[in-house]
Design a protein around this ligand. Structure first.
Ligand code: SAM
Length: 481
């Protein structure tokens, strides 16, 4: 049920085809959200210019990079174990260098480099363009570190290489950082303040992906609805922009329209939406263009107004319902998914019941659910006691997951008997004789391969379902081919 932090891909080694003339080998492992996987593609692109090809054999690597996640304690623990493993290999391959990238960089730089001495290089999410210099430093035997967060870095001018790609779906980053300051969340501290990428560079990347045969893009950001381009710079400094900049600014609804129009046969998705920033214009734009998928990931985190306030989520339960009602009115077939946190500090049984009743109201199609994990440096860690016993957190989480599974089944059943367009992404994990793809609502659909191929848009009749998967049979190509 996990997608924002997709457990099945955690720690994936990312590789790409060899570039002629490159002699050094890079091994890169990625953890965390889609943004991190997307960043690893930027890193590989920068390093391919520096003579590095990727490898998935750790022992062959000259440079080992791990792109890290700090969102929950478990993510950090996993990376620490991997670093121990890399260090053990390094003892037999002294020329091998190890670097930490991403969200753990800022917080743990001193510990990893100086105290434990288990890495040679630490690079924060805004410093990847400095990698050539940093690698020179470590080649000359010195430790290297750059964790400076930037006001305007978006990597809009770096063409990411697509690592381990299915050749069909790709992520395109549109914003970096986050300004929301949810009290539980470490992102504003690890990835910096929010800035948006030039829409023309986004459209150019999407056009390039289409020309290379890709059929679907997901526009990525911590809070895509907050996207605002006014010539560069931080979102929070928009108030100081010139009148001209303000008049010609591009918001998320406008960007969505630009992308949808640029490639009318390409599927467009986006993630993540924050309820406080999602506008009716975005929902209306989705309704206007067939190629924008009927799916919104709309994390709410809690159903209790008291807890929402303590989390600094800047909306109430009632405002969230209003947004849900608007989505259902304008986009009746739209799937909606959630992120939920169980056991936030001071959460009572009453608050927890509010979460369950909110879920009953929405009946989400999917969900990504977590027990609260205190993150150092966040406002919650500084001001609130992590006072919910682990057993209570686990029990509440279990109740939330069980309810979500019931709702998942309720939603998948609504697809039974329908014919839906599916974009084939690859073979089904469970059966080589079946394709796996997704419908517009982002639900996984599995069906016999017959003569169809990866990248085809196929109409599939839905015959069976589980709480997360639809099973059907193809009835022909869709008009989109
Ligand atoms: N920007 C999105 C938002 O604010 O809705 C997603 C941020 S985060 C990368 C993905 C999810 O991780 C969050 O929506 C939240 O449910 C979960 N998360 C973040 N911090 C957490 C924490 N301290 N403990 C447990 N879960 C957390």
């Amino acid at each position: 049920m996990e997608k924002v932090i997709d457990e099945s891909v955690q720690g994936s080694t990312l590789t790409l085809e060899r570039t002629k003339g490159n002699t050094r080998k890079l091994y890169i492992e990625s953890y965390g959200c889609q943004m991190n996987f997307s960043d690893s593609e930027i890193v590989a692109s920068i390093l391919s210019e520096q003579g590095f090809d990727t490898t998935n054999v750790l022992e062959d690597a000259d440079l080992v990079l791990v792109n890290t996640c700090s969102i929950r304690e478990k993510a950090e623990t996993t990376v620490r174990k991997r670093l121990e493993k890399f260090n053990a290999v390094k003892k037999t391959k002294p020329h091998m260098k190890v670097g930490v990238l991403g969200c753990m960089a800022e917080r743990l730089k001193a510990k990893l480099l100086e105290e434990e001495k288990i890495v040679d290089m630490v690079v924060g999410p805004d410093a990847y363009k400095d990698l050539p210099n940093l690698i020179q430093e470590i080649d000359e035997g010195r430790n290297a570190v750059n964790v400076i967060l930037s006001k305007d870095e978006t990597y809009g001018d770096v063409a990411p290489v697509r690592l381990n790609s299915n050749g069909v779906t790709a992520f395109v980053s549109i914003t970096r950082g986050c300004d929301n300051m949810c009290t539980f969340c470490v992102v504003p501290f690890t990835r910096g303040r929010e800035r948006s990428r030039d829409p023309l560079s986004i459209v150019a990347e999407v056009n390039n992906l289409w020309q290379r045969g890709f059929k679907e893009v997901t526009l990525l950001g911590q809070n895509v609805d907050s996207y605002l381009w006014y010539g560069g710079g931080l979102k929070k400094e928009f108030a100081n922009a010139s009148e001209m900049q303000k008049a010609t600014a591009v918001d998320f609804a406008q960007l969505l329209e630009m992308v949808a129009l640029a490639q009318p046969r390409m599927r467009i998705r986006f993630s993540t939406s924050n309820p406080q920033d999602m506008t009716l214009n975005v929902i209306k734009t989705m309704a206007q263009y067939d190629n924008i998928c009927d799916y919104i990931h709309l994390p709410v985190q809690s159903g209790s107004n008291r807890i929402l306030k303590a989390m600094n989520r800047l909306h109430t339960r009632e405002e969230y319902f209003e947004l849900i009602d608007s989505i259902r009115r304008i986009l009746p077939d739209c799937a909606i998914s959630q992120d939920m946190i169980a056991g936030f500090p001071s959460e009572t049984e009453e608050d927890h019941k509010d979460t369950l009743s909110l879920m009953e109201y929405v009946k989400y199609d999917f969900g990504f659910m977590f027990a609260y994990s205190e993150r150092p440096g966040t406002l919650a860690a500084r001001k609130l006691k992590d006072d919910i016993p682990v057993e209570t957190k686990k029990r509440r989480l279990r109740e939330i997951i069980d309810l979500q599974q019931r709702h998942g089944l309720y939603r998948t059943r609504q697809h039974l008997g329908k014919i839906e367009e599916v974009l084939i992404e690859g073979p089904s994990k469970k059966s080589d004789a079946h394709w796996m793809g997704r419908n517009s609502q982002n639900t996984v659909v599995v069906f016999p391969k017959e003569g169809y191929r990866v990248g085809d848009f196929v109409n599939v009749k839905i015959n069976e379902c589980t709480s997360a998967t639809l099973i059907g049979e193809a009835v022909g190509y869709s008009d989109n081919n």
